[in-house]
Design a protein around this ligand. Structure first.
Ligand code: CO
Ligand code: CO
Length: 280
């Protein structure tokens, strides 16, 4: 049975570990992640980005949910199905109607008051459905965005935001980026500690790829309870495919198998870093 992420994250906060949220774009990727989590005995949040809906044929969300439900039933670990970076109230409503057990409303590029107001509305809709909600304050961009402190999460604003919304989890901006870093990452652990001291909900780190295992664990020990991973998993997939496709006559069975195993190993390594193994 799929579940919301609320309980998983509460336990993670108490146990000082973080639940991994790898993003999938198809069922095969979700299957790899479930296998890695199951082998590690870790809870897992399967993230599905709103941006992936925009394929040439379109995605039937209800169909996707049914497939994930069947897959998840094969494993005894806690599994949540989460909409990543929902851009609007409507997108979150659509995911909830389809059966997602968790949604993120990402209003991080909106003015504070508007972000707060829409997050509130999403929560009002999600609560009766038993769906957990993540919001974002401060803006986790990409390496292309201008590198100034205005994107970072303001601890006092975070305190007010959480108090006013009652959100289940808050994504913070402390120097990570989506995709690849430009140069060496500058992660503001001091800022994370400040936010943690003011906010009593589980905090979420986006853009974990390339951050470095030691820094990641330091983030976990300072209040990060959920870590989103995508780029590093995709890099491993592409690396494995590239290598295998250099052969004269690639065998499709081993090509797929190698890619599958490489991703399982990479995610298991992340799970160890996050100390989420044997927590499911
Ligand atoms: Co993200
Ligand atoms: Co396998």
């Amino acid at each position: 049975m799929l579940q919301p992420m609320t309980e998983m994250l509460k336990k993670a906060r108490i146990g000082k570990y973080a639940v991994p949220q790898p993003d999938f774009v198809n069922i095969e990727m979700a299957a790899m992640y479930l296998e890695a989590a199951s082998q590690s005995g870790s809870p897992i949040i399967l993230g599905y980005g709103e941006e992936y809906l925009d394929t040439s044929e379109g995605v039937d969300l209800k169909h996707l949910v049914r497939l994930i439900e069947v897959l998840a039933k094969e494993y005894s670990i806690p599994v949540a199905l989460h909409l990543d970076h929902g851009s609007s109230f409507e997108a979150c409503a659509e995911a909830i109607a389809a059966g997602f057990t968790s949604v993120m409303f990402d209003g991080s590029s909106l003015p504070f008051e508007l972000n707060l107001a829409i997050t509130r509305r999403v929560i009002e809709m999600a609560r009766p459905a038993g769906v957990s909600v993540e919001a974002e304050l401060g803006y986790v961009g990409t390496a292309k965005d201008t590198d100034d402190d205005s994107r970072l999460t303001d601890p006092e604003k975070a305190r007010i935001f959480v108090k006013e919304t009652g959100v289940d989890a808050l994504a913070v901006s402390i120097g990570t980026v989506h995709g690849e870093y430009k140069g060496k990452p500058n992660i503001r652990l001091d800022l994370l500690s400040e936010i943690s001291a003011k906010v009593d909900v589980p905090l979420v780190l986006h853009g974990a790829s390339g951050t470095g295992r030691e820094t990641l664990y330091e983030c976990v020990s300072r209040g990060i309870c959920k870590v989103n991973i995508y780029t590093d998993l995709v890099k491993v997939m592409i690396g494995s495919l590239k290598e295998d496709m250099q052969q004269q006559n690639p065998n499709i069975v081993s090509v797929i198998d190698n890619m599958h195993n490489a991703v399982v190993q990479e995610l298991k390594a992340y799970i160890k870093t996050l100390r989420a193994d044997k927590q499911g």
